[in-house]
Design a protein around this ligand. Structure first.
Ligand code: TRP
Length: 352
């Protein structure tokens, strides 16, 4: 059986470096590997509405921004089906049926849902739709028979929950759905890139991001003002690389070629880290090195984005066509689901 890949992002703003190393970079690699015929990337607007119900304008304007970020990173609509979640109503119907297979207690145990509830201060007023979004995410994955879901670390509980729902569905109604697997990208630093402030995650709501569309000047300022080791006051002081986002970003981006191009006094990252830990290496020097690396990575993306920004009708066409194609597949899955659940009453007059 050939693997089918599906993944997506919530359109709540422009995409940032965390999305890029956590998932986008890997998607482009997978797309260009030629190993997969079916790759779906979904703009999860219905999911974004689960905690932004009062702000439809934000979601609406973010759709184009996210699509532009995708294409700028190298997602190619001739190889990847790019679509918008709400344009596939079959996903809503699947979600409704899957809800019967999940308990409230199980949703409450989902660690990602738990931490998002805290982060959003929902406390006792959790919207039902938000609470159920792992179920809707299972619909997204299963509707397209996805076997592999490239995601960041925070999404692992979602994939686990999807696997449970699939098993429960197949056990109850007969073998129908395919159990997906998560696919993490790169190392630990990539799967969970911290924010510029060193906080656990780069996130738009925490205001600690480098956006893919930032100008080179903005990127430089952000990097030069990044949080580092607060105990590393003087150059001579020994420094800590743990919880020091500058080093985490280097873990995520830096290669030995970068040393040859930008910092030839060191052979590799281990040597740079050792010097920092011993003392005698200033933050400014490392930040300048990091800036060179990030600029080199983001420059071609920014240039392509500007090109696509000049042809919005093309982007709309890509999304429309992608959504039409995606809908065909989802509706086939829905037919199978209805059949398995014995609610296809009028198919071949089967109720009679
Ligand atoms: N929850 C994902 C995120 O916040 C977005 C998403 C929605 C998704 N549906 C998906 C990811 C299906 C993978 C598969 O980034």
């Amino acid at each position: 059986m050939k693997d089918v890949i599906l993944t997506g992002d919530r359109p709540t703003g422009k995409l940032h470096l965390g999305h890029y190393v956590g998932s986008l970079r890997k998607r482009v690699e997978l797309q260009n590997s030629g190993l997969y015929n079916d790759i779906y990337i979904m703009i999860a607007d219905a999911q974004a509405l689960t905690d932004n119900a009062d702000n439809p304008d934000k979601i609406r304007t973010s759709i184009l921004n996210v699509a532009l970020d995708y294409l700028a990173c190298g997602i190619d609509p001739t190889k990847t089906t790019l679509f918008i979640q709400t344009q596939i109503p079959e996903l809503t119907e699947l979600t409704f049926y899957y809800m019967n297979l999940v308990t409230i207690a199980r949703l409450q145990r989902n660690p990602t849902v738990k931490s998002e509830i805290q982060l959003r201060k929902f406390d006792k007023s959790i919207p039902v739709g938000f609470f159920c979004y792992p179920i809707s995410q299972t619909a997204d994955i299963t509707a397209f028979n996805a076997t592999l879901v490239p995601v960041g670390e925070d999404q692992l509980p979602m994939i686990e929950q999807a696997r449970e729902i699939v098993r429960s569905f197949n056990l109850t109604y007969g073998e129908t759905l395919i159990e997906p697997k998560a696919m993490l990208s790169g190392n630990q630093a990539c799967s969970r890139l911290p924010g510029l402030d060193g906080k656990s995650k780069m996130s738009k709501s925490l205001g600690n991001c480098i956006f893919l569309s930032d100008t080179s000047e903005t990127i430089k300022n952000k990097i030069m003002n990044m949080f580092t080791d607060p105990e590393h006051l003087k150059v001579e002081d020994p420094g800590h690389i743990e919880n020091n986002p500058v080093f985490t970003y280097l873990d995520a981006f830096c290669t030995t070629e970068h040393f040859q191009s930008f910092l030839p006094e060191y052979a590799h990252l281990e040597e740079l880290k050792a010097h920092y830990q011993r003392g005698g290496l200033g933050d400014v020097k490392i930040k300048k090195f990091l800036n060179n690396i990030i600029q080199e990575e983001l420059e071609p993306i920014r240039t392509r984005r500007i090109k696509f920004e000049n042809d919005i009708p093309y982007i709309l066409d890509v999304l429309k066509q992608g959504s039409l194609n995606a809908r065909e597949t989802a509706s086939q899955t829905l037919s199978k689901v209805r059949h398995a659940m014995k609610i296809d009453y009028f198919h071949n007059s089967s109720l009679l």
